[in-house]
Design a binder for this molecule. Structure first.
Ligand code: ATP
Length: 197
């Protein structure tokens, strides 16, 4: 079975960019955010739990998830955000475990914005944090997502654990400042993970 490695980093840190480099090396990547959306729309158990917690209106007559309804329901209600997270995170955990065990690779990566925040490092062998200065992250995010305001970006940053704390908790740190090369840092970690298996 592959070694399970998480890759995280605050908004705009460059974790998707780093994950692409691992993909080029042939490493299978699981995107927790994409998969969470898919599971909310398709996983029978999770759908039943969401309906039980928020009502049958969570899905329309064609069994399609009503994202607008969910967004409206949890909006600015921290208890409801906790409830939905307490349903979605275990579903992603189960799905990731099943996916990982079917991969033929020395290690696999789980890409997620929140790892330490949700305690999912407990079911991972290692975690990589992609680290960039706050100013750089904000300007990269605003360049990539012109629809977001600086205020919205700061709001997301405030929901995430500070970068310095993630660096302390992580087994590997990839520094993604403009003067640091990513590929050599990725290759070093890749060699180490391969030699472990
Ligand atoms: P999110 O959490 O929002 O998904 P992320 O951590 O996955 O963000 P990326 O999407 O990889 O971050 O990077 C944010 C933006 O910054 C992207 O447009 C990306 O192309 C750019 N970027 C990332 N790293 C670098 C770099 N070293 N040099 C220049 N641009 C970069």
């Amino acid at each position: 079975s592959p070694i399970l490695v998480g890759i995280t980093g605050g908004i705009g840190s460059g974790k998707s960019t780093v994950a692409k480099i691992f993909t080029i090396l042939g490493i299978p990547i699981y995107s927790a955010d994409d998969r969470a959306k898919w599971l909310m729309a398709n996983d029978t158990l999770l759908k039943a739990q969401i309906k039980e917690a928020f009502g049958a209106e969570s899905y329309d007559s064609d069994e399609k998830l009503d994202r607008g309804f969910i967004a409206k329901t949890v909006f600015s209600d921290p208890e409801k955000v906790k409830t939905i997270n307490s349903l979605v995170h275990p579903a992603v955990g189960r799905d990731f475990a099943a996916w990982a065990s079917s991969q033929n690779s020395p290690y696999v990566l789980k890409e997620a914005a929140l790892i330490f925040e949700t305690g999912s490092e407990k079911s991972l062998d290692h975690v990589i944090n992609v680290s960039s200065p706050l100013k750089v992250r904000i300007s990269r995010t605003l360049m990539r997502d012109p629809f977001r305001s600086e205020e919205q970006v700061n709001q997301i940053i405030n929901q995430q654990l500070p970068d310095e704390q993630k660096n302390e908790l992580a087994d590997f740190v990839i520094k993604n400042t403009d003067n640091k090369l990513l590929i050599p840092q990725v290759l070093k970690i890749h060699q180490q993970l391969i030699s472990e298996n």
